[in-house]
Design a protein around this ligand. Structure first.
Ligand code: ADP
Length: 271
């Protein structure tokens, strides 16, 4: 990802808050953490609304949002910055984390567990009372501007066996558990986000609840709210409910023929 992409949001505030339906007291909690300079870890399955929530919070708190998707090639210099070679010498260019620290933005590291341990370590001095970012290559120590907040997301179920965050890192965050919302709220979200009618939205949620019960019976990932919204959008576009569910829910979840057959049966029992 180019630093420019992460920084697109800096300095601009959308006229309307990105729509987010709370499922508990998460809005108040993150607001309190922000007021107290505390870093936050959003724990929850993929597609449950973590990104939308933090977009909403950034708007509400009046802070720019810098989003950094983490991956295992992400180096500390991708966050902090690097020297660029120009015809007349070298110039320093801040990375997205450094810009966020200087500008008092909310910096959201999505799927932080994907990042290498030596990359994650650069966050440590930002998450305690010092709120500083040391830049070894220039010798500068940047003090976080007021309003800066570090937020990371973490999917506890995903790749738990392969990767995990070090306890020394985890303990630097106030953790907040987010999960798929209760059925009535999830149906409202699907209705609002996809424009599908109420009855179909409730049907999609009922289907998801059935499929989610297969979580420990061979299904690695269960359908997220995002998948239901996608199915709803296909239905609004005129695709029949069964076909829409196949394309947006069944196929993305599994390639394994017996699982696909079981999921298809659930679709047919619902629509
Ligand atoms: P995550 O970051 O957890 O993977 P997202 O925030 O990208 O998930 O959510 C996926 C989609 O689901 C959003 O784009 C939005 O349409 C919908 N969504 C999920 N939860 C909510 C919610 N509580 N309020 C509003 N939209 C939601």
């Amino acid at each position: 990802m180019r630093a420019d992409d992460a920084l697109r949001g800096l300095g601009s505030q959308a006229a309307e808050a990105p729509w987010y339906h709370p499922t508990g007291n998460e809005v108040g909690r993150v607001g309190q953490c922000h007021a107290n300079g505390l870093a936050v870890m959003l724990k929850g399955p993929t597609g449950c609304g973590k990104t939308r929530f933090i977009e909403h919070m950034a708007w509400k708190l009046g802070r720019p949002l810098v989003t950094i998707p983490c991956h295992d090639d992400l180096a500390a210099s991708d966050l902090i910055g690097r020297f660029l070679i120009r015809h007349n010498g070298t110039v320093w260019q801040d990375g997205p984390l450094t810009r966020a620290v200087r500008e008092g933005a909310i910096c959201y590291l999505d799927e932080v567990v994907e990042a290498r341990q030596d990359t994650v370590v650069v966050l440590h001095a930002l998450t305690d009372h010092r709120r500083i970012l040391p830049i070894d290559k220039t010798g500068e120590t940047v003090q976080a501007a007021p309003g800066f907040q570090l937020v990371v997301s973490y999917n506890p179920g995903y790749q738990r066996m392969l990767k995990d965050l070090k306890p020394s890192t985890r303990q630097r965050f106030v953790a907040m558990d987010l999960d798929f919302p209760p059925a009535d709220i999830e149906a409202r979200i699907v209705h609002r986000e996809s424009a599908v009618d109420d009855a179909a939205a409730r049907g999609l949620v009922a289907l998801a609840e059935r499929i989610r019960q297969l979580r420990d019976r061979g299904l690695a990932e269960v359908p997220s709210t995002r998948l239901l919204v996608n199915a709803g959008k296909l239905m609004v576009a005129g695709i029949g409910p069964r076909e829409a569910c196949q394309a947006a829910i069944v196929s993305p979840l599994s390639d394994e023929p017996s699982m696909v057959a079981a999921l298809s049966d659930l679709v047919e029992a619902t629509f």
